[in-house]
Structures are given as structure tokens and as C-alpha cells.
Design a binder for this molecule. Structure first.
Ligand code: ZN
Length: 124
């Protein structure tokens, strides 16, 4: 096996300014990318918060994809943004045969609850 070439450069966490030495097996082109990698690795509070937010966004995306088509998903994402930024305490609405509630709990967890109306009626 050949020696793998390593590239080394410094990135700066955009939240606390901490410099982080970054070794990669490929050259990283821009300072912006280096800073992003630094943010991914930095242990400061703001960087951890941003990582949590990103993983939350991914989970929300997957959840909405499972339950709604794209248009409805976008509408619900906007509503989630409002609830997350505490502009409103709680949102509840009905979409077709589903009741949707969105709220933040006291531990700052976001809840998205979808309740399917269980009555199933056919009238012919
Ligand atoms: Zn940091």
C-alpha cells in the first residue's frame, strides 16, 4: 500500500473563533470549508447547539417526508419554524383526515404529533 498523502490546514470555529488543525486525505479548497469542518469538531456550546439543530432538521425532514407530500411538508416546516422561534406556543390544525399539533415542551424538545381520525365511514 502506498503512503496516503495527508493535507493539513487550520480552520476556525465560526462561533468561538477557536483554531482547529484539520487533517484530511484530500485538499480542502476554501477557508469557508475549513471553518465548517472546524465547527463540526469544535466542542464549544454554540457549535454543539448548531450540530443538534442540524440533526433535528434532518429528523424533521424525514418525518415529514414519510407523512406528507412536498407542498404540505413545506407548510408544516414553516409552522415548525414559528413554533421553534417561540413566536407561537403551539400550532394545531387539520389537514384532510389528520390532526396535526406542533409544540415545544419545557425541555426544549419539539413535538410534531399527527393524529389520524380513526372513524372510517363509507356512505354510498
Ligand atoms: Zn467553537
Amino acid at each position: 500500500m502506498e503512503n496516503e498523502k495527508e493535507f493539513e490546514a487550520q480552520g476556525f470555529c465560526p462561533y468561538c473563533g477557536q483554531g482547529v488543525m484539520i487533517k484530511t486525505s484530500y485538499p480542502v479548497e476554501t477557508q469557508e470549508e475549513l471553518d465548517q469542518i472546524a465547527a463540526d469538531r469544535c466542542g464549544c456550546q454554540k457549535a454543539s447547539e448548531e450540530r443538534r439543530k442540524r440533526s433535528r432538521r434532518e429528523k424533521i425532514e424525514n418525518y415529514l417526508k414519510k407523512h406528507f407530500d412536498e407542498n404540505m411538508g413545506d407548510f408544516i416546516k414553516e409552522t415548525i419554524e414559528l413554533v421553534q422561534s417561540y413566536d407561537i406556543d403551539r400550532a394545531a390544525f387539520t389537514l384532510g383526515a389528520r390532526n396535526v399539533s406542533i409544540w415545544m415542551d419545557a425541555d426544549a424538545y419539539l413535538h410534531v404529533k399527527i393524529k389520524h381520525k380513526s372513524d372510517d365511514e363509507l356512505k354510498v
